[in-house]
Design a protein around this ligand. Structure first.
Ligand code: PRP
Length: 186
């Protein structure tokens, strides 16, 4: 297929093998929300999500959380060069609108791979002196880790496969799928 053909190829909802079904995701997200709500019984809880991949997880997790004072914030992060490797340089491209000093903060991520993004982000946020700082991720690929990351809440540990759906993309496609699929496997 030529370049034009590749560009016009349409992502299909039937692409890929289902790794985690929509039902499994919703059940696990509900469990995580209950656990988090119980761990933070009082005061505002700031959910900080990194664009774009975590937006669906954030929406479902926050709605499943039975506590009123849930604050939703977004950050943008990008890496220099092509790859987020252990030597990769990361920078903030969109910062928070709020001061998190003295607040309970939970970073909400869709996936942790090398750990480079979260190592950088936790360092940036710790410098702002939150009352507490922890991480919740829907997916964790521990085999890929090059930087250790302490993760408090994990939805699913998955093998080192390229996954899409439920916010995760391939070339910006597939984010809208309600399940998580392995591309290239039927
Ligand atoms: C993904 C994911 C994390 C990061 C994890 O974002 O949302 O932010 O990669 O990888 P790491 O542990 O190796 O640092 P991505 O760069 O795919 O951007 P997107 O969320 O906009 O799709």
């Amino acid at each position: 297929m030529g370049a034009a053909g590749e560009q016009t190829r349409k992502a299909s909802a039937d692409d890929g093998r289902v790794l985690i079904s929509a039902e499994q995701i919703q059940k696990r997200v509900g469990e995580m929300a209950a656990e988090i709500a119980a761990d933070y019984p009082e005061g505002p809880l700031y959910l900080i999500s990194i664009l774009k991949g975590a937006f669906i997880f954030l929406a479902d997790l926050s709605r499943a959380m039975k506590r009123p004072a849930v604050r939703i914030e977004f950050m943008g992060i990008s890496s220099y060069g092509n790859e987020k490797t252990s030597s990769g340089q990361v920078k903030v491209t969109r910062d928070l609108d709020v001061n998190i000093e003295g607040q309970n903060v939970l970073i909400v991520e869709d996936i942790i791979d090398s750990g480079v993004t979260l190592t950088y982000l936790t360092r940036v946020l710790e410098q702002r002196h939150p009352k507490s700082l922890a991480i919740a991720t829907l997916l964790d690929k521990p085999e890929r880790r090059v930087r250790p990351v302490e993760v408090k809440y994990v939805g699913f540990r998955i093998p080192d496969k390229f996954v899409v759906g439920y916010g995760l993309d391939f070339a910006e496609d597939y984010r809208n799928l309600s399940d998580i699929r392995v591309l290239g496997e039927e």
